[in-house]
Design a protein around this ligand. Structure first.
Ligand SMILES: Nc1nc2c(ncn2[C@@H]2O[C@H](COP(=O)(O)OP(=O)(O)OP(=O)(O)O)[C@@H](O)[C@H]2O)c(=O)[nH]1
Ligand SMILES: [Mg+2]
Length: 456
């Protein structure tokens, strides 16, 4: 694989602001000469914490520091890396960075260390992405799943799947190219069985990856309903603090307000909105426009109804203006029948909404069931100990690959078209290889010649 840019990069690795320690990293060919120059120390033993003083070009001391030299390729980027651990003063760090650039390093671009690690084959694309996911994780489960991706759980699954896929390709391509060798597998159902196994394996990977993506990226629910239904009360109940204003005046909430809650390890953002009703009040009208926009941007809707004033079968149109009901139906909806503590009449059935849960937002009754339903609706599996973090990019490649395998299966079982199957398998391999970034078109050729004794 191509080596990364040959220039030497430097950056502050610790967050902005004051801290006990501040870390600067330097990576590239000039890392060691620059480290010698700034520390006035020639002999820097790799992987040893060297206690040094760092100097500016005039010979004035800037700070004392621990200097650790990682000799490439045994470093994060695969290049020579030097880490300077100084006092965590933003002024000191900025001065040092300036001196490093005077000595020939340039400020690193975002993600450039990980990019170099990838280009130098230290990590694959999944692992590079997992580093960012680990840093950005907003729940413990998200952090643990990113850690599993970083240590290779996801890559291992993709690679072992690819190995099986390539084995099948070798078989199919050989049967096409060398018919005289009588590799008549199609009649033996061998290929069909292998293909069915691959499809099942891929479906399982997709399921795990989907959970991983949910843990990482979370999902957004708009809290929607008529004024006074209890939307803001529910937001406060879920958040565990009084974020939104609650009063018994219909039309209290005007602007949208959101909060993110950890639900079974998944970050879920709830957006409180203005109650939907016909109104002539200008401020409330703007609020309702914002509600519509919140619905459009949300993944799901929690439709909240005051169960103490409605009973029997009720349609969305009876609860909110009909035009707004149409907008609502564009999203998957979970019904929330609120104020269970005040319900005396018949049970309320929300027409056209598949699933509802009865709660009291004010008293916090049955809110755990609501959370379970939220997980169900989102598709978060209840056990995800072995989940790795995944992204939309991975899921779309996995789904492409699945579609190719399914099409190939149909080509073969309905029309015996092994040439078409071969092409679908090739496309599936390309899609999968793009996940780890490992695709090279020479892969397959190498496999064919190493697995088959053509001259026989
Ligand atoms: N008894 C009872 N009252 C509730 C419950 N949930 C909310 N309320 C009351 O219902 C009234 C309206 O609650 P809000 O949470 O402000 O309702 P909303 O849907 O946000 O209303 P708007 O912002 O006007 O659209 C308040 O007086 C709440 O205390 C509940 O579970 N039980
Ligand atoms: Mg409100």
């Amino acid at each position: 694989m191509l080596a990364s840019n040959s220039d030497t990069i430097c950056a502050i690795a610790t967050p902005p602001g004051k801290g006990g320690v501040g870390i600067i990293r330097i990576s590239g060919k000039q890392a060691l000469p620059i480290a010698r120059r700034i520390s006035h120390k020639e002999n820097l033993t790799p992987r040893l914490a060297n206690y040094v003083t760092l100097f500016d070009p005039n010979g004035d001391a800037i700070d004392s520091a621990l200097l650790i030299y990682f000799k490439g390729p045994h470093s994060f980027t695969g290049e020579d890396v030097v880490e300077l651990q100084t006092h965590g003063s933003p002024v000191v760090l900025t001065m040092l960075l300036r001196v490093l650039t005077q000595y020939g390093a340039r400020p690193a671009l975002p993600g450039e260390y990980s990019k170099r690690a990838y280009l130098n084959d230290k990590i694959d694309l999944i692992q590079a992405e997992a580093i960012a996911d680990l840093i950005n994780a907003s729940t413990e489960s998200a952090a643990l799943s990113a850690q599993r991706s970083l240590t290779g759980s996801f890559s291992t699954q993709i690679n072992s799947f690819l190995e099986n896929l390539i084995n099948l390709r070798v078989f199919v391509e050989a049967a096409i190219d060398f018919p005289e060798e009588e590799i008549d597998f199609i009649g033996e159902h061998k290929v069909i069985n292998k293909l069915t196994g691959l499809i099942a394996d891929l479906a399982a990977i997709i399921q795990t990856a989907r959970t991983g993506q949910l843990l990482q990226e979370g999902s957004t629910f708009a809290l929607v309903g008529a004024p006074n239904a209890g939307k803001s009360s529910l937001l406060n109940c879920l958040a565990g603090v009084d974020r939104a204003i609650v009063t018994d005046i219909a039309g209290t909430t005007r602007d949208t307000l959101d909060t993110t809650v950890d639900i079974s390890g998944m970050p879920v953002t709830f957006v409180d909105t203005a109650g939907l009703r016909e109104t002539s009040d200008i401020v409330e009208k703007v609020g309702i426009e914002r509600t519509l926009s919140a619905i459009e941007h949300a993944d799901f809707v929690l439709f909240i109804v005051d169960g103490s004033v409605h009973s029997g079968r009720v349609s969305l149109e009876q609860l909110v203006p009909p035009l707004l009901a149409d907008t609502l139906r564009q999203k998957p909806i979970l019904g929330v029948i609120n104020k269970s503590d005040k319900i005396t009449g018949d049970a309320l059935i929300l027409e056209g909404i598949d699933s509802s849960v009865v709660i009291s937002a004010k008293l916090g009754l049955n809110v755990d069931s609501l959370k379970d339903r939220i997980c169900e609706l989102v598709g978060l599996s209840t056990s995800y100990d072995a989940t790795f973090s995944a992204r939309e990019r991975h899921l779309s490649q996995l789904n492409f690959a699945l579609t190719f395998l399914q099409t190939g299966f149909e080509q073969l079982s309905y029309s015996g078209a092994s040439e078409l199957l071969a092409e679908d398998l090739r496309q599936a391999q390309t899609a999968m290889s793009q996940i780890t970034g490992a695709f090279t078109s020479d892969d397959l050729l190498g496999e064919i010649f190493s697995n088959f004794c053509i001259g026989k």
